[in-house]
Design a protein around this ligand. Structure first.
Ligand SMILES: Cc1cc2nc3c(=O)[nH]c(=O)nc-3n(C[C@H](O)[C@H](O)[C@H](O)COP(=O)(O)OP(=O)(O)OC[C@H]3O[C@@H](n4cnc5c(N)ncnc54)[C@H](O)[C@@H]3O)c2cc1C
Length: 435
C-alpha cells in the first residue's frame, strides 16, 4: 500500500492521505496552507510514541538538510531542520565546531531531537534542546515566525521542546563548541559499589552513564572525557549493516524470548564480557572526535520507556525499578540505562528547573512491553518522574499539568498559534487535553 509510514521500532504505523517532502521553506509554507489535517512532521521516525501518526498529512523534511551559515566567533550554526545529527557532525567539524552533547545514536534529525528534548549524559550538560539559540517556525496557516531569547521569547521557551505541536521548524540555530576529542573508558563494576560512588563517578568525567542487566550483580559503566590525545577517525557502518555483537545479541534475545528461564544467566554472561573497571586504574581508551565518539549503532530493535527523576533520588529509584523487573514475572532481556541531564528553563522539557537522572527501560521489539512498562511507570511516578516525550508512557493532560509549572502557558500559546488544532493527531489531543 502506498503512503504507509512506520516508526523505527515498527509498533507505530500510519496511512496518511499525503506524505509531503518540501525542498525549501517556501515550498513548506505553500504546502502547509493546503494540507489536510491532522498535519504532523516526521524527523527520522525514531520516537516510540505515536507523535507522527496521521491520517491527514505527514511532512518529511529530508530534502531540507545542511548548514545554512555559521558564526565562528559565537560558535553557532543555522541548520536546516531535516538535517540528521549524523550528517551534521562532519558539517560542523569542517567549520571548527562540535555539538556539546549527543545521545546514544545520531540517526535523529536535529528538529526531531529538539522536538522531544533528546539528551545524552553529563551532570553539567543539558539536552540538545537546551543548545537551541533560535528557530524559524511555519505555523499551520503557512505564516513564518522567528523565535530566540530576544524575538518572541515565549514562543522560544515553549518551542524548544514542543513535538511539532506549534508548527513545523524549517531551521534551527544551535550553539556548539570548538572541535574537541573524547576518550572512551569504562568497564564492569559491582552494582553496590557503582551506586555508592555514583556522584564521584559522575563528577570525575564529562560524560558518565551505566547499563544494568537487572539479573547481573555488576553494571557496565561508560565514560567520555575530553582529551588532547590524537583522535582516530571512525569508520561508520551503513544503515542496517550488523556487527557480530548485534547478531549475537539478537540471537540471545530470541533464545531468552522462548526460554525465559535463561534470561538471568544470559544477562550475567552479557555483563561479564566487559573487563573490570576501577577508578584508580582507569586504563586508556579509544579517542575520537566528539561527533564520532557519542553515537553507538543500535541495530536490534526495541521499545522503550524513560523517565527523568530528580538527580538525588536516581539511585533509589533505579534499585526499585530493578527489583520490580526481576520479580514482576514479565520476560525481558535488555539492560536499564542510567544518565544525568542538567536543568533547563524550557517550559515542557522533562528537565525544567531540575537536574535529573534519566532511567530507561527497554523491551525487545518482538516481546510485549505494556505490562513491564506499566509496573515501572508506577515507580517513576512515585519519584516525581517526567516521561521522555519520544518514549512510551501513559500520561495525559491532567498529569502533565501537575508536572510542569508552565503547562497552562504552553497550552494557551498552542491554542493561539493553531486554534483549529490542525497540528494535533488523536495522541497529541490526549496529551494536551483537546477534545
Ligand atoms: C535506537 C534509539 C536510540 C535513542 N537514543 C536516545 C538517546 O540517547 N537520548 C534520547 O533522549 N532519546 C533517544 N532516543 C529517542 C529519540 O532521540 C527521540 O524520539 C527523537 O525525537 C527522535 O528523532 P527523530 O528525528 O527520529 O524524530 P521523530 O521521532 O520523527 O519526531 C519526533 C518529534 O519531533 C517532531 N518534529 C520532527 N521534525 C520537526 C520539525 N521540523 N519541526 C517541528 N517538529 C518536528 C515530530 O513531529 C515529533 O513530534 C532514541 C531512539 C531510538 C529509536
Amino acid at each position: 500500500m502506498s503512503n504507509v509510514w512506520s516508526n523505527w521500532s515498527g509498533w507505530v504505523k500510519s496511512w496518511p492521505q499525503a506524505i509531503v517532502k518540501p525542498a525549501s521553506e517556501d515550498e513548506l509554507c505553500r504546502a502547509m496552507r493546503d494540507a489536510v489535517g491532522p498535519v504532523r512532521v516526521v524527523g527520522s521516525g525514531h520516537s516510540f510514541t505515536p507523535l507522527v501518526e496521521s491520517q491527514g498529512t505527514i511532512f518529511d523534511l529530508a530534502q531540507m538538510s545542511g548548514v545554512i551559515d555559521h558564526d565562528n566567533e559565537a560558535k553557532t550554526a543555522r541548520i536546516k531542520a531535516g538535517t540528521t545529527i549524523r550528517d551534521l557532525g562532519p558539517l560542523l567539524f569542517d567549520r571548527g565546531m562540535g555539538l556539546a552533547n549527543q545521545g546514544d545514536i545520531d540517526r535523529q534529525t536535529i528538529a526531531g531531537a529538539v522536538g522531544t528534548g533528546t539528551h545524552g549524559t553529563g551532570i553539567d550538560l543539558g539536552s540538545i534542546s537546551s543548545a537551541v539559540q533560535g528557530f524559524r517556525l511555519v505555523k499551520s496557516d503557512g505564516e513564518v515566525l522567528s523565535a530566540s531569547a530576544t524575538e518572541n521569547p515565549d514562543l522560544f521557551k515553549a518551542g524548544c521542546v514542543s513535538m511539532g505541536s506549534l508548527g513545523i521548524m524549517s531551521e534551527i540555530t544551535m550553539k556548539a563548541l570548538p572541535v574537541y576529542a573524547l576518550e572512551e573508558t569504562g568497564g564492569r563494576m559491582q552494582v553496590d559499589e557503582a551506586l555508592a560512588q555514583v556522584e564521584t563517578l559522575r563528577d570525575a568525567h564529562r560524560h558518565f552513564e551505566f547499563f544494568w542487566f537487572p539479573f547481573a550483580d555488576d553494571v557496565i559503566v561508560k565514560f567520555l572525557s575530553e582529551t588532547d590525545k590524537e583522535a582516530r577517525p571512525r569508520r561508520r557502518k551503513d544503515d542496517g549493516v550488523e556487527s557480530k555483537d548485534d547478531k549475537t545479541f539478537r540471537t540471545l534475545c530470541e533464545v531468552s524470548r522462548y526460554l525465559p528461564f535463561l534470561r538471568g544467566p544470559i544477562q550475567k554472561y552479557m555483563t561479564s564480557s566487559s573487563s573490570r573497571y576501577s577508578l584508580s586504574t582507569d586504563a586508556p581508551g579509544r579517542v575520537r572526535w566528539s561527533h564520532d565518539a557519542f553515537p553507538s549503532d543500535r541495530n536490534n530493535r526495541f521499545n522503550e520507556m524513560e523517565y527523568a527523576v530528580p538527580a538525588e533520588v536516581g539511585p533509589d529509584c533505579l534499585r526499585e525499578v530493578a527489583v520490580h523487573m526481576k520479580t514482576c514475572g514479565v520476560n525481558f532481556l535488555f539492560p536499564l540505562e542510567y544518565r544525568y541531564v542538567a536543568a533547563d528553563d524550557i517550559w515542557i522539557s522533562p528537565f525544567y528547573q531540575r537536574d535529573s537522572v534519566t532511567i530507561s527501560v527497554h523491551q525487545y521489539h518482538r516481546q510485549p512491553y505494556a505490562d513491564l512498562f506499566a509496573g515501572v511507570e508506577k515507580i517513576f511516578r512515585r519519584y516525581e518522574g517526567r516521561p521522555h516525550w519520544g518514549k512510551l508512557h501513559t500520561m495525559k493532560a491532567a498529569d502533565f499539568a501537575t508536572m510542569y509549572p508552565r503547562w497552562d502557558d504552553f497550552c494557551k500559546l498552542r491554542r493561539e498559534l493553531d486554534p483549529q488544532a490542525k497540528m494535533l493527531n488523536p495522541y497529541l489531543k490526549g496529551i494536551f487535553g483537546v477534545v
